[in-house]
Design a protein around this ligand. Structure first.
Ligand SMILES: [Zn+2]
Length: 279
């Protein structure tokens, strides 16, 4: 077993990494190397302030927001992403800034870009967007390709290409040991495990507040984090948790029983209440 892990997080938009940022913080604080990629600047999908201004009549619109160029907005998004990553000890942040909406048909070169990063970083773990078109938490009646699923397709294809030796390559191919998807794209009963991120809750709230471009206020940020992370924590015996889905089943040497499950099963009612309050 390797002592230090290398983890690569691939996201469609700058805000997407926050859904597993507490887990990344745990690993970064243990000396593991973490890289966060955003495929796009997210300028078109999460520009809530511009959307709000456009709803108003022309004379009521805020000129500061209306006169911002796409480039200003991209710079703002990069700043927000770097600041949010810094709360979790992550400094290797890469904004690939592909056109939006992100689609493989218009950004075919994104596969080569990701492949090059995989061969450079040589991660043990890849966390990427969910490739599943159906069954997602913010679901639609019909399966819809969007920036997230297209990012998943690009990263899975890049992973596959990076693992194969081809003539002309100057570095050895690389196989990624494990791939996970953030639980936020799944129903709760589809999650495989959660990570206790209670110690990173304050940073999750701070990171959420950083995305001013998406209209996040301190009250909104605290409420959103406490409800979503608190829900998974409540179900699993801790204060706050982040959920994950495995790409595929694992080979083990026997039946797994996590220490946390034994602890929860043997806890008194008083201990059960305390663990969920973070005491
Ligand atoms: Zn997104």
């Amino acid at each position: 077993m390797t002592s230090k892990l290398r983890i690569l997080g691939i996201n469609a938009h700058p805000h997407d990494f926050t859904h597993y940022a507490g887990t990344l913080g745990i690993h970064a604080s243990q000396g593991d190397e973490v890289t966060v990629i955003s495929m796009t600047a997210g300028a078109n999908v999460h520009n809530e302030k511009l959307a709000d201004e456009l709803m108003k009549s022309p004379e009521q619109r805020d000129p500061d927001i209306m006169n911002r160029t796409a480039a200003d907005y991209t710079d703002m998004k990069i700043d927000e992403l770097q600041t949010a990553c810094s709360y979790f000890g992550i400094s290797d942040v890469r904004m690939l800034d592909f056109p939006e909406p992100f689609r493989l048909t218009t950004s075919e070169n994104s596969i080569d870009a990701l492949k090059a990063i995989i061969l450079e970083i040589r991660p043990h773990i890849m966390i990427t967007q969910s490739p599943y078109l159906l069954g997602q938490a913010h679901d639609y009646p019909n399966p819809t390709r969007d920036d997230h699923t297209e990012t998943a397709f690009a990263s899975l294809e890049a992973r596959s290409q990076a693992s194969i030796a081809v003539h002309g390559m100057t570095v050895p191919p690389h196989k990624i040991a494990v791939t996970y998807y953030p639980g936020v794209y799944f129903q709760r009963n589809q999650l495989d495990f959660v990570v206790d991120i209670s110690d990173w809750f304050d940073q999750r709230v701070k990171a959420e507040e950083t995305y001013i471009s998406q209209g996040h206020t301190p009250e909104w940020s605290f409420r959103r984090m406490d409800v979503t992370l608190g829900n998974l924590g409540f179900m699993t015996g801790v204060k706050h948790a982040e959920g994950f889905v495995r790409e595929k089943f694992e080979m083990l040497s026997g039946l797994p029983v996590p220490d946390s499950a034994i602890r929860d099963a043997e806890a008194s009612h008083e201990e059960m209440v305390k663990s969920r309050l973070g005491n």
